[in-house]
Design a protein around this ligand. Structure first.
Ligand code: AMP
Length: 209
């Protein structure tokens, strides 16, 4: 199954993608994680992406589309994949359609006020890519899944959060209409418990399984 997860930053795409990709036995392909890894390893892609990521802007399509095209051509994506964070604009969605056919696009919807609270209290595990909210952590410093030291993402600061939300509304939100028109859109309410959101996604996808 070839899937895309849509939704604003902080909607829980990464968390849900980890659960759903495991349930379906397909790789979780997160462009944000790919860029963060490239940045940490100081690869040419990472160095190009840094300035855009720091400001909450989209990395140029010329870099992003090629990176995704290469990743989806790898063997583990032959029987399906779950894309998280791509496409982020109409040009990326149109490019994706030229090299892969989607089975569904899941939109995880959450209101902006909730997103700001979620993003500003978010902690990230650089080792296993787990994402947690401070309100749910007994120990704010350690990853409950793998024990690594948690960090606050550089782009989870108030100015960058505001910019990422504005970029989302301008560039990414039109994708819901784009995929609805193609009959691929599955809408899910992201303002529920983590388990309920996972169940709602799996239920929505079962229609197409
Ligand atoms: P995310 O982890 O999905 O919130 O992505 C973090 C940052 O990586 C974004 O704010 C962008 O700077 C960059 N990024 C991730 N995915 C894309 C994409 N599909 N197109 C352009 N930039 C992206």
């Amino acid at each position: 199954m070839n899937l895309v997860f849509l939704g604003p930053p902080g909607a829980g795409k990464g968390t849900q993608a980890a659960v759903v990709s495991q349930a379906l036995g397909i790789p979780h392909v997160s462009t944000g994680d790919m860029f963060r890894k490239a940045l940490k390893e100081e690869t040419p892609i990472g160095l190009k992406a840094k300035a855009f990521m720091d400001k909450g802007e989209l990395v140029p399509d010329s870099v992003t589309i090629e990176m995704v095209k290469e990743r989806l051509s790898e063997d583990d994506c032959k029987n399906g994949y779950l894309l998280d964070g791509f496409p982020r604009n109409l040009d990326q969605a149109e490019a994706l359609a030229t090299f892969s056919q989607l089975d569904a696009a899941v939109n995880i919807a959450v209101a902006d006020e909730k997103l700001i609270a979620r993003l500003s209290g978010r902690r990230f595990c650089p080792k296993c890519s787990g994402t947690f909210h401070v309100s749910k952590l007994a120990d704010e410093k350690t990853c409950p899944d793998c024990g690594a030291e948690l960090i606050q993402r550089a782009d989870d600061n108030p100015a960058t959060i505001a910019n990422r939300l504005s970029v989302y509304h301008k560039e990414t939100s039109p994708l819901t209409a784009f995929y609805a028109q193609k009959g691929l859109l599955k809408e899910v309410d992201g303002d529920q418990s983590m388990d309920d959101v996972s169940a709602a996604i799996l239920k929505a996808l079962a229609v197409n399984l």
